[in-house]
Design a protein around this ligand. Structure first.
Ligand code: 1GP
Length: 259
């Protein structure tokens, strides 16, 4: 594990500091089941050169050994802070810097609200990961996504922004430190800008938005609407060379703010 990374400022503090400064951020999502070997090294090298803020690592069905291999390469080829975005407790691995400790607030599957979290505690007690409580809301992206299928929950409809905002705020009132609006990997429609605006105006904690962001325009729209951190995964499995253009969109915001 990259001890030097752990000695830096905590990742959550880094995220909140960015928000307090009005800055935006981008995370590249790596699914260890899909992006491996030379393809992973290419993604890492592009992310490193483009100054991506965070790496999220995880997937709906990635195995513990795929996580292990992926994190070994990340630690060898990257200095970008790395957060586990777990699809299951088996994906928790001490080689990362932090864990998004997700609770699926949009669904009513008790296993994903609290069951898997309890199951993961013995592992977490052995780890030195920074644990970031994260309210995770699955939003209808127009097609059935793997996360909806696996979680056996229905996403919240984008036609009901009140329900989405109330769920996000309930997460904040419960003490969650981040809210993640998730349209699902490969979603046909990303979370709509009106929803992002309404939720970000209501929250005081940082807002993550991901799922179906494929273009610089999609990234720009989500950030302009109020996302503090955007997550891009699926499209980069096919077009990793999009990473520099995506980070330019984020930097454009940060440059405007620092003028
Ligand atoms: C999925 O929010 C992430 O969990 C990213 O979505 O893979 O569609 O970019 P994409």
């Amino acid at each position: 594990m990259s001890v030097h990374k752990r000695q830096q400022l905590g990742i959550y503090i880094d995220i909140t500091n960015k928000k307090a400064a009005g800055q935006k951020a981008i995370a590249v999502l790596i699914d260890p089941e899909v992006t491996q070997g030379s393809q992973l090294i290419q993604v890492l090298s592009l992310a490193e050169r483009s100054v991506v803020d965070y790496l999220f690592v995880g997937g709906s069905t990635a195995t513990a050994s795929q996580m292990e291999e992926c994190l070994k390469l990340i630690n060898e080829f990257s200095t970008i802070p790395c957060l586990i975005f777990p699809g299951s407790p088996e994906q928790i691995n001490d080689r990362a810097d932090a864990l998004l400790f997700l609770s699926l607030l949009s669904g009513r599957n008790a296993e994903l609200l609290i069951g898997k979290q309890v199951e993961s505690v013995p592992t977490l007690r052995q780890c030195n990961l920074e644990i970031i409580p994260t309210g995770y809301l699955l939003i209808d992206g127009g097609n059935e996504t793997t996360v909806a299928k696996i979680s056996k929950t229905l996403p919240l409809s984008q036609t009901d922004p009140e329900a989405i905002t109330n769920t996000a705020l309930a997460g904040q009132y419960l003490g969650m430190q981040l809210i993640y609006l998730e349209a699902g990997s490969g979603a046909k429609n990303p979370v709509h800008n009106a929803i992002i605006s309404q939720v970000s105006e209501a929250l005081t904690i940082p807002l993550i938005v991901g799922g179906g962001l494929r273009t610089t325009k999609d990234a720009d729209t989500a950030l302009a609407a109020g996302a503090d951190l955007i997550v891009v995964g699926n499209i980069l499995e096919k077009e990793p060379t999009l990473i520099p253009a995506l980070t330019q969109v984020v930097k454009k915001y940060n440059k405007i703010l620092s003028q």
